[in-house]
Ligand binder design. Structure first.
Ligand code: ZN
Length: 135
């Protein structure tokens, strides 16, 4: 039985809200959040949340050989997206979509989804996935 709180639990709120950092000097937004701008090195940062922003799909990869415990989720699709307003790049699983339905540029939205269950400790891990915006 685990006695320590896993890091995924401690960081869950920031992950669920897609906490990012916006640089007040160069104006760019980086995800995940960092106290130093990854584009220009500035420490003049404000934190923003991207969970209410839609994103456009840039590219993706399909994984058919999912690791143990994730067999039911095959194929796993991992996408690289750019949020519409902040232009932040996010790498995240894609859900509610088949690989053949994906096209570059389609609009997607973040949703909270169950990732895995820790049987021993009874913890259920959640994370953000992106799904196509239904028109
Ligand atoms: Zn910057």
């Amino acid at each position: 039985m685990k006695i320590a709180i896993p890091p995924s639990w401690r960081t869950r709120i920031d992950r669920y809200r897609l906490k990012a950092s916006r640089c007040k000097d160069c104006g760019r937004t980086g995800y995940p959040a960092s106290s130093i701008c990854r584009f220009c090195g500035s420490r003049n940062i404000e934190y923003v949340e991207l969970v209410n922003e839609k994103a456009r799909l840039l590219t993706w990869t399909v994984i058919y050989s999912a690791m143990e415990g994730f067999e039911e989720k095959r194929p796993v699709i991992i996408g690289v997206l750019e949020t519409v307003e902040s232009k932040a790049r996010i790498t995240a699983p894609l859900t509610d979509v088949l690989p053949e339905e994906l096209k570059p540029g389609i609009e997607m939205e973040p949703v909270l989804r169950r990732i895995s269950e820790d049987n021993e400790a009874g913890l259920i891990h959640y994370g953000i996935s992106y799904r196509p915006v239904l028109k």
